[in-house]
Ligand binder design. Structure first.
Ligand SMILES: [Zn+2]
Length: 131
């Protein structure tokens, strides 16, 4: 967490997921950055994402680092607003398909590994939405 990303983490504490919108080109993007990756404008603002998206791609980690369970499912989620982000997916690998609808869910984790200053902060995970 930096002073720049503090609004993101504060919103996540409240169950809201913030992305950036750009007033220079009207594109939305994530992760937060003071410079738009599309047009390099610094005229960017925070905006709340719907939390709805679709699975762009996904995989399963067969062997993980110490203190992580094997078989973690992760993927790239494309938000309804456009940005793609890496997220854990709370689903069985065998049950997933590309383009499945998902919701980002804010969740607290009881973790054995060190998240440093973010140890008490929630994180997000994608869950499959039934349409
Ligand atoms: Zn832009």
């Amino acid at each position: 967490m930096t002073s720049y990303t503090e609004p993101f983490w504060s919103a996540l504490e409240e169950g809201r997921f913030l992305i950036h919108g750009c007033d220079g080109c009207e594109e939305a993007f994530f992760p937060p950055s003071p410079i738009c990756p599309h047009c390099h404008s610094t005229d960017v603002r925070w905006e709340e994402a719907s939390g709805e998206g679709r699975i762009h791609t996904y995989t399963r980690q067969h062997t993980t680092a110490a203190d992580f369970e094997d078989g973690i499912v992760v993927g790239v989620v494309e938000l309804a607003e456009g940005p793609r982000l890496l997220a854990g997916i709370d689903a069985r690998y065998e049950a997933l398909s590309i383009d499945d609808p998902v919701d980002l869910e804010v969740r607290r984790y009881d973790q054995a590994f060190d998240r440093g200053r973010l140890a008490d902060s929630p994180f997000y995970v994608a869950t499959v939405r039934s349409e």
